[in-house]
Design a protein around this ligand. Structure first.
Ligand code: BDP
Length: 693
């Protein structure tokens, strides 16, 4: 095993459990003709063959004792059975044990083929995780409508911030050759409820919208369709100029609107179930409506109007910060978007990043959540670990996502968590969604490491249910991916892993301290980049007096963008959690922490705690030797040793640098960095993967 099979390994069951399953999976009955029901039946057959050891019989009618029945509402197969279709929505399912015409069967039903498909994967998961399946009654439906991966894939097949090889999309061979891997990609996504994919980078190339590429995109859409996945594209705002021959991309120019309308009509002519667009506008050099003194709403609405007649969705990113803007970067998206609340069309989803700044190992939730009650907001998580050690460091992001989703916005009142904000439609017709920046490439193991598969998996689960719990998800993933016997210690490793990264990279609310270019190694000293907010010194503001970014009223007052309850809690040194201390406050080095240590001593202690946590993971993994398959085991062992060395590097470089400013001795029992600061500063990493093109 090399990881290619992901969590869909379908390894043989032990005989005891198999004996309880086999009588309930004797036959698969599915009326054919619905491509998604057919996909469900094929997947079920594949999974059962692997796990039970023999292929179940297939039929279209006449279930035998122990059949699994796959059917949509209204199917004659379900005649006489009352099922709660009204609770399932478009994509939900019921999995229920029942007796039909004297035969015991398991029903997997939905209002659509897609619901049936998700139900089939649920049944497979029950077996993969060794649950009893004799008396099932499960009803489930996704809480969000658009559950989408954002691939940051360039047409050259390089991937921005991707650490798992090249893009899966082999544009040169498409549309003629459809790599079988596209189907496996779609299966994996369907298994976790992902129903949409944006194929290309948010830093977009307009060529994707030319007919040549649209036919290639159509070929992918065709492969994905039976798996319930719609294709979306990023649209470069200046495409009317670049590929349309117009002189302007001004959203209020009728010729521009007409160009987009014709372009969208053309796309739907080629891809009838095309999902829509994602746009990154006026951010990091991308063109946008501000170039013409138009607002983000005017830009988004113009494109949304072109999509609306086809049912298309316009995902407009709120990740904006401008070179000429001296405002704290934390504040800029809120400043720009909050006044636009209620001004976006119904089919616009404003896509808000996790963290006001940029996907750091820990940030407070983005203040836009809860602040735009009349605008559909979708969450954007980064699955690819740009700021958490790429694919080589083991960091399970489920805990981070749960922390953010369960954060209380206190808007309009206590209890309105980020999860509730994104799952509650702002009005009857409004869309909901969650986006994840994909960590997938053409590496055999898809994600660049075995454990990064867990983040892809967890993203799907949270997009299905933002109230899900990281631990439950880790348990399922570990059991399916490594086998139920190995799951418990693996879950322990996963649950502690993200905090370890926080500790050895950016403890106590620090953030964005990465070296130039690659975001991999430490560079807290960097101060020579063109824009102030690209420099780590901008974020930590360490000086002789202390460290941290004063974002209270005496500083940038970014804190003022949150609800008053949070202003009170986070604005007070006595009540702000340690985890956000330096995010919001500039704190004297000798400040007394809850632990009783001085801030300086605490900082050093945290760095060492982080390194120690990686040592602990190495020990836990050692204990799994022989309990999981050898090739994957060895790979993880070796990656953990990379992580250990690099955690130490982060710790040593950071301690050396901050000590040069704090000018305090290390607390007792903490070793000095083995080299001087200049040695760490001299380390360059010019070939770190995943750099921007
Ligand atoms: C930043 C990445 C950059 C992306 C940008 C974005 O470093 O490569 O283009 O996010 O989300 O974190 O647009």
């Amino acid at each position: 095993e090399d990881g290619y099979d992901l969590w869909l390994r379908y390894a043989p069951l032990d005989s005891g459990y198999r004996a309880t399953v086999a009588p309930h999976v004797a036959q698969i009955v599915a009326a054919t003709g619905n491509p998604q029901v057919d996909a469900a039946a094929d997947e079920l057959a594949r999974g059962l063959t692997g796990m039970v050891g023999r292929a179940p019989a297939r039929a279209t009618t006449a279930p035998v004792e122990g059949a699994v029945l796959l059917a949509t509402a209204g199917s004659p197969l379900l005649a006489g059975v009352a099922l709660p279709f009204e609770r399932l929505g478009k994509e939900g399912y019921v999995v229920r044990s029942a007796t039909i015409a004297g035969k015991r069967v398991t029903i997997v039903a939905g209002n659509s083929g897609q619901g049936v498909l998700y139900g089939a994967f649920r049944l497979l998961k029950l077996i993969q995780t060794r649950q009893p399946i004799a008396a099932l009654d499960i009803v489930d439906a996704p809480k969000l409508q658009v559950r989408v991966l954002n691939h940051w894939d360039n047409l050259s097949r390089s991937i921005e911030r991707g650490y798992a090889g090249l893009s899966l999309w082999d544009w040169q061979k498409l549309p003629h050759y459809k790599d079988p891997r596209y189907t496996d990609y779609a299966r994996a996504n369907a298994s976790i409820g992902i129903n949409a994919t944006v194929l290309n980078n948010v830093n977009a190339n307009a060529d994707i919208l030319t007919p040549e590429y649209l036919h290639k995109v159509a070929a992918l859409a065709e492969v994905f369709r039976p798996w319930g996945i719609r294709v979306y594209l990023t649209a470069r705002f200046s495409a009317p100029i670049e590929i349309g021959g117009l002189k302007t991309a001004d959203p209020l120019d009728p010729a521009v609107a007409a160009w987009w309308k014709a372009k969208v009509d053309e796309i739907y002519g080629i891809i009838p179930d095309f999902g829509g667009f994602v746009v990154k506008a006026n951010s990091e050099g991308q063109p946008g409506p501000n170039d013409y003194n138009r607002s983000h709403a005017e830009g988004a609405n113009m494109m949304a109007d072109a999509l609306a007649p086809h049912g298309g969705v316009m995902m407009w990113r709120a990740f904006v910060y401008a070179a000429e803007n001296a405002e704290d970067r934390h504040k800029q998206a809120y400043t720009e978007f909050k006044p636009l609340d209620g001004k976006f069309r119904d089919n616009v989803l404003v896509q808000v990043k996790n963290g006001a700044i940029d996907f750091q190992p820990r940030e407070p939730f983005h203040p836009l959540f809860g602040a735009m009650p009349r605008t559909p907001l979708m969450m954007e998580f980064q699955i690819t670990k740009e700021y958490l050690g790429f694919a080589t460091h083991l960091a399970y992001l489920g805990t981070m996502w749960e922390e953010v989703l369960q954060a209380d916005t206190f808007r309009p009142a206590r209890g309105n968590t980020v999860a509730k904000v994104i799952e509650t439609p702002v009005d009857a017709g409004a869309a909901t969604g969650m986006a994840g920046v994909a960590n997938i490439g053409n590496d055999r193991n898809w994600s660049g490491s075995q454990f990064d598969q867990a983040n892809w998996y967890a993203f799907g689960r949270f997009a299905w249910d933002p109230q899900a719990r990281a631990k439950d998800i880790a348990q399922d993933w570990a059991a399916m991916t490594w086998g139920p016997g190995a799951a418990a210690p693996i879950v322990d490793m996963m649950m502690a892993s993200r905090e370890a990264v926080v500790d050895y990279m950016t403890p106590l609310g620090l953030g964005h301290l990465m070296a130039t270019g690659h975001h991999y190694g430490p560079g807290p000293w960097v101060s020579d980049l063109a824009r102030p907010e690209w420099n780590p010194v901008y974020y930590h503001k360490a000086d002789a007096a202390g460290i941290g970014f004063d974002r209270t009223r005496t500083g940038s007052d970014a804190l003022g963008q949150y609800a008053p309850q949070l202003v009170a809690r986070w604005g007070n040194l006595k009540t702000v959690p340690d985890s956000l201390l330096l995010w919001f406050h500039h704190v004297p080095w000798d400040h007394r922490m809850a632990s009783g240590r001085s801030l300086w001593d605490e900082l050093v202690t945290r760095y060492d705690t982080g390194v120690g946590a990686v040592t602990a993971m190495q020990g836990q993994w050692q204990g799994l030797q022989g309990k999981v398959d050898p090739v994957r085991w060895a790979e993880v062992r070796d990656f953990l040793s990379i992580q250990h060395d690099e955690a130490q590097w982060w710790r040593d470089a950071s301690v050396a640098y901050f000590q040069s400013i704090a000018k305090r001795p290390l607390p007792a029992g903490h070793a000095p960095p083995p080299h001087d600061l200049d040695w760490y500063k001299a380390i360059k990493n010019p070939h770190a993967p995943g750099q921007a093109e």
